[in-house]
Design a protein around this ligand. Structure first.
Ligand code: ATP
Ligand code: MG
Length: 137
């Protein structure tokens, strides 16, 4: 069993596809261990994407992530980190495999509907960024 942190990004909540995104995860056998809808501040978004602080898109990315509500969730299942990334598809929806979440819902390389932890090390930082141990069940 493995846990990963996923986010329906502001473009996804705006397009009303929260349920469709969650359905992709549940239909693939993952269990929602925790979930909430929140509005990130610019500082919250900067903290979450701190690993990208030196990338040229950091400022625009954190503006985007704080531009509207997001749904943050912890998904649990076998090989969750890798499998959720597969269900999401490539960062750029133009390169995402058909049938992936990003191929079906994302607008562009920035507004790409969904986030998923990219490694066990990232998941171990990202899950407690949003949830206390009491909120995981
Ligand atoms: P995420 O971390 O959100 O799951 P990812 O792991 O596929 O996405 P990263 O390289 O970690 O991709 O980039 C984080 C986010 O930064 C992307 O999901 C996207 O929203 C934004 N981003 C990445 N590359 C670019 C770019 N070239 N231009 C604009 N935004 C970008
Ligand atoms: Mg990433």
């Amino acid at each position: 069993m493995e846990r990963t942190l996923s986010i329906v990004k502001p473009d996804g909540t705006k397009k009303n596809v929260i349920g469709k995104v969650i359905d992709r995860f549940e239909s693939a056998g993952f269990r929602v261990a925790a979930m909430k809808k929140i509005q990130l501040s610019k500082e919250d978004a900067k903290g979450f994407y701190f690993v990208h602080r030196d990338r040229p898109f950091y400022d625009e990315l954190t503006d985007f992530m704080s531009s509207g509500p997001v749904v943050v969730m912890v998904l649990e299942g076998e090989n969750a980190i890798l499998k959720v990334r597969e269900l999401m598809g490539s960062t750029n929806p133009a390169e995402a495999a058909p049938g992936t979440i990003r191929a079906d819902f994302a607008s562009n390389v920035q507004q790409n509907t969904v986030h998923g932890s990219d490694s066990p090390e990232s998941a171990a930082i990202e899950i407690p960024y949003f949830f206390s141990s009491l909120e995981l069940c």
